[in-house]
Design a protein around this ligand. Structure first.
Ligand SMILES: Cc1cc2nc3c(=O)[nH]c(=O)nc-3n(C[C@H](O)[C@H](O)[C@H](O)COP(=O)(O)OP(=O)(O)OC[C@H]3O[C@@H](n4cnc5c(N)ncnc54)[C@H](O)[C@@H]3O)c2cc1C
Length: 472
């Protein structure tokens, strides 16, 4: 039954998870009818347990709600400013969790489901979509998430030309560049190779003596590992082996693999050859994030911090994301999507949520929010107005649609990895934006880092408010 009472023709949203529900809500609130296609009720996934829209498949936490100095807290605040359904229902179903926003999962999902069901411009169809949207769905959003049903995943794979779409995803940790100790580390590409687009100094290198290497290998082998889940039956992507699995294969394996010291000279101590080297490669165009090359891992999060901070130069490292292994489905968005999340090869078809390469409930919902707004603007004859990159919305969108650097030095390997929102994705502050607190003699370390986050947060919220005033 169609409840449409608008002169616009509908926009189709496939997938009623965090992203799809938010996208549908934003479109409908803009006065455009929506048909939301959700398969649960007809076909389940390996992780969802109910038929509710926006079911949280694992933790009940939306993480920090601190909008003054935490990037995901800023994203919460921006979503609230933009009239997010997901945030409204989360706030209404909050349970005590310190500084985090945690929710009663059933109450939350029921609230989202009821709001969608009761909206006069939204029709929910319980059906599995098995292929790309038909051509007469001129505007559509695919928001089918990490567990996209196989037939649709195959159709997307065929359209995008990817070798694989769903795989056992091995993720290496990503470090905030300004927490790497450059008195110990140095910039150099192996054999000073300049390569296409490089400078010969593209990597940050961390040197290890034999003693430090041995201690590191022991810690890797002893570290707490995450277990495999039943639904994780997909093979490793590109044969990416976790670093601790390599370490277990022999004491020298890492030194002949990702930690090989060849072609590298310690700029701080050129006469002493490092026994092993950990390399980090620039991960975003801003140069604020570096990923640990070849360090995909299934060590538990706590163990990762402890073990990786044993690496000289990373003793104070802060991680923008830790490594992990899980089944995932996502497209290579930086090359496939335009800045409004539209598939370049299929005008009118957008992607949203985790399938675009963001990670987490809040990030997925926020990308749904943007995709919904962009599609609604288009339906109303306007061009989508993009959020500025200084906002959490814009920083995440920019990472997905182009801010990430696509690595070409490891042929065949997909370097774009799902990412939580973090301040490393935001452009640096203007010079002079940080002023030393009145009366303080020194302004550095943790105090300065906090001031930087606070300044980025306040810039984001003010720029978000201006963007929302302009956007359709
Ligand atoms: C096992 C697991 C645990 C996770 N744990 C966490 C966590 O603790 N915290 C966190 O922040 N994130 C977690 N994530 C990531 C989390 O799933 C996503 O961040 C978030 O749910 C993604 O939102 P989404 O809307 O993109 O996808 P989803 O919320 O998964 O929604 C996608 C929807 O599309 C539907 N669908 C799929 N294919 C079709 C089709 N062909 N036709 C119609 N409908 C279809 C699905 O039924 C589903 O309802 C986890 C993911 C998995 C797989």
């Amino acid at each position: 039954m169609n409840k449409t009472t608008s002169s616009h023709s509908p926009i189709h949203v496939i997938g009623g998870g965090l992203a799809g529900s938010e996208a549908a809500w934003q479109i409908a609130e803009a006065g455009v009818p929506v048909i939301l296609h959700e398969m649960r009720g007809v076909r389940g996934t390996d992780a969802h347990k109910t038929e509710s829209l926006a079911e949280l498949v694992c933790s009940n936490s939306f993480r920090s709600d601190d909008a003054t100095s935490n990037a995901v807290g800023v994203l919460h605040a921006e979503m609230r400013l933009a009239g997010s359904l997901i945030m409204r229902c989360a706030d209404l179903n909050q349970v005590p969790a310190g500084g985090a926003l945690a929710v009663d999962r059933e109450g939350f999902a029921e609230a989202v489901s009821a709001a969608i069901a009761n909206h006069p411009l939204i029709t929910v169809l319980r059906e599995e979509i098995r292929g790309l949207p038909p051509k007469d769905w001129d505007l559509a959003i695919i928001a089918t998430g990490p567990l996209t049903a196989p037939d649709l995943a195959e159709a997307i794979r065929a359209e995008t030309g990817a070798d694989a779409l769903a795989f056992f995803d091995a993720i290496a940790p990503i470090v905030h560049a300004d927490t790497i100790d450059m008195d110990i580390c140095w910039h150099q590409s192996r054999y000073d190779k300049v390569g296409p687009g490089g400078t010969g100094k593209d990597y940050i290198n961390c040197p290890l003596t034999q003693e430090r290497y041995d201690a590191f290998v022991d810690a890797l082998i002893a570290g707490d590992k995450a277990g495999f889940k039943e639904w994780e039956g997909t093979p490793y992507f590109d044969g990416c082996l976790p670093i601790e699995v390599m370490a277990e294969r022999g004491r020298e394996t890492l030194r002949h693999g990702p930690m090989k010291p060849m072609g590298l000279t310690n700029a701080h101590n050129p006469s002493v050859k490092p026994y092993a080297v950990v390399q980090l490669r620039q991960d975003n165009a801003l140069g604020t994030l570096y990923n640990m090359v070849g360090f995909q891992t299934k060590l538990k999060y706590g163990a990762q911090g402890e073990v990786f901070r044993m690496i000289p130069g990373l003793q104070n490292a802060e991680f923008a994301r830790l490594g992990g292994l899980h089944r995932n489905t996502y497209i290579n968005s930086p090359t496939l999507l335009d800045h409004s999340l539209m598939l370049k090869s299929r005008p009118g078809l957008r992607f949203a949520g985790q399938i675009t390469g963001c990670e987490g409930y809040v990030e997925s919902a926020s990308i749904g929010l943007l995709a919904g707004r962009f599609a609604a603007a288009e339906r109303k004859g306007a061009s989508p107005v993009l959020p500025p990159v200084t906002t959490a919305f814009g920083a995440l969108l920019n990472h997905i649609t182009g801010g990430h650097i696509v690595s070409d030095d490891e042929p065949g390997k997909r370097s774009f990895q799902p990412m939580n929102v973090n301040f490393g994705l935001f452009p640096p502050l203007d010079p002079g934006a940080l002023t030393r607190p009145e009366g303080a003699k020194r302004f550095r370390g943790k105090e300065k880092a906090l001031a930087k986050k606070q300044a980025m947060a306040s810039r984001a919220l003010s720029d978000c408010a201006s963007w929302l005033d302009k956007a359709v």
